[in-house]
Design a protein around this ligand. Sequence first.
Ligand code: ZN
Length: 354
Amino acid sequence: MTFTIAEYFCENMNSTVRSRAEKVSNCLVCNSIGSVIYSQVKDRNSKSESSWDIEKCSNKNCNTLWINRRPIPTDLAAIYQGYYTQDPQTIPFVTVLPKKLSQYFCAGYLSAKYDFEKDSVGFLQNFLGQLSSIRINWKARVDSAEMMYLKPQRGCRLLDVGCGNGRLMKHLVKRGWSAVGCDPDIHALELAKQAGLDVLQGNMESINFPDSEFHAITMSHVIEHLYNPKKTLTECARVMRADGIISITTPNSQSLGRWLFGASWFPLDPPRHFFILNRKSAFRILSEVGFREITIFTNTHEAHHYFRRGIMDKLNKPYHPVHTIFGRVCQLIEWAMIILGIEIGEELVILARK
Ligand SMILES: [Zn+2]
């Protein structure tokens, strides 16, 4: 095997990260022991050859998955180098028109569903917005990645934990929220600042927000990256108002994708994802730190992408357009199963009050 110079240093860096990684023997949710279900899972987000073992909790009422050796905090900068949260979000010219059209339909959808800015939306736009919500992936993306299942609110305070480059915050601000974000990644935050967003560097514990400050807290694909999720959730409960809501999205370990692809399931994402929840373990971790009125369901957001990556990895093949078709077909099947009440979506959505 030959390496470029960049790959050589990447490989050396990752083997150092692997050798320094700390052992995780017990489940982060219920403290039970586990056993290895996937061994030697590759880091698919880098060209590194380093591999990691994934364990499954032995408690049948939990079944959380976790990486049994995780990078130490001082190695986080190395494992997040080039991660998608550091993307500058520039829009290629060829996608400007589809983006404008999507915004047009989205405004119609928000007006029809939530009466948001109804006065500035005409009858046709309102109608087309409702019509476009029939598109499975479009609706999942708007509800989840742009709104976190929160109603648009003018002037209410929102905290986006793990805001990264501010992608979600931009959408929430457009929907009226007065949003502040926090993230330990200085490179990602630079991009959020350039977009004019109100962001702070650090994690929940280090920033120490005032008590009962926020009407809403969002954590979009963040909880699975945390060393101590219970501690962070406890801090979220403290800074949330009594009538507030927390909205969390994270991969679902009991999804169709994991069942089909096992160790090739894309959201395992070692060594960045420290653990993967499911409906039962998500309920347990939220209720243990004092949240109530917990609602948990699954959706197909990004499912086509996970299925496409899964089949490519499973077959060890480079990309071919047929993989995209496969991904879309699987997403449709998953969507139909959710409609039938079988909650095997790739993404877990958790809404709770305190
Ligand atoms: Zn457990």
